[in-house]
Design a protein. Structure first.
Length: 271
């Protein structure tokens, strides 16, 4: 697996194909390999680049506990992009990766030609809007962090996994699958902390000039639906699209549908 040096930390990534670059940013407790099936379904061949975020996949963790941020993850993604392209790229971000994609667009607008955001975890637009769903939106992060600090690690993972995939999902996982999650406990706690300290403002969303497609599932949470609506209203060139029957993890459960929407987005911004 190719790798880069990021401030003395090893960052790894996966890439497929050749052509114009598209950067794929993965969800929490995952890796760049989550995009394999989506990339296979894309209508046109492209250079698809999928970093493993700091602490996930094969990338090393950030060495300072409690200091991981989406700005750092975005900077890692930019460093990986720099290894392949000098100009602007299309960026696709899902969940945790959606929040990092936004920070990349805010901090380096000249490097982002367009954005596809799939249910980005950006809770604080709810807080800024005075939405009562805000407290519910950070419940899972707070519960996971508290459970880990109390040593009740499986309880924390059960709350997290079930919140994204439906009640009872954790209980149905095989022991091997549970172990893979449990092995990522430390870095997932750090990722939740980075979610809680990410305070991208509505003004920053309004300043995004790149074309944006916002994707959500019809079976996702009310919190994710509300965030999608707020971002659609705030970002000037945003289009909202729903995937019927999908929940929060649509790149994994509905890869063909996600790829179709990404391909349509890329065709539109290339015209």
């Amino acid at each position: 697996m190719p790798e880069i040096d990021f401030h003395g930390v090893r960052g790894c990534y996966t890439s497929w194909g050749q052509g114009d670059p598209t950067l794929f940013l993965h969800s929490g407790a995952s890796s760049g390999r989550q995009w394999q099936k989506v990339v296979e379904h894309l209508a046109s061949p492209r250079l698809s680049i999928a970093p493993d975020f700091l602490g996930f996949g094969d990338s090393d963790p950030w060495p300072e506990s409690g200091k991981l941020t989406h700005d750092l993850q975005a900077a890692l993604a930019l460093r990986v992009l720099d290894a392949h392209a000098e100009g602007a790229a299309d960026v696709v971000g899902h969940s945790y990766g959606g929040a990092a994609a936004v920070r990349l667009a805010v901090n380096h607008p000249g490097r982002v030609r367009s954005l596809v955001l799939i249910e980005p975890v950006v809770h604080h637009v709810l807080e800024e809007s005075g939405d009562p769903l805000f407290s519910e939106s950070i419940r899972v992060a707070q519960a996971f962090i508290a459970s880990v600090e109390l040593g009740e690690i499986e309880a924390g993972w059960e709350v997290f996994v079930d919140s994204s995939n439906g009640p009872g999902t954790w209980a149905r996982l095989s022991p091997e699958r549970r172990k893979r999650f449990l092995d990522q406990t430390v870095q997932t706690k750090e990722a939740f902390i980075s979610n809680l300290v990410n305070r991208t403002s509505l003004a920053e969303y309004r300043a995004i000039q790149a074309p944006v497609t916002l994707i959500h599932g019809t079976r996702t949470s009310n919190t994710n639906l509300r965030i999608a609506a707020l971002l659609r209203d705030a970002i000037p060139a945003a289009t909202g699209i729903a995937i019927d029957g999908a929940g929060h993890m649509s790149p994994l459960t509905h890869p063909a549908e996600v790829a179709k929407l990404i391909s349509a987005h890329l065709d539109r911004v290339s015209e």
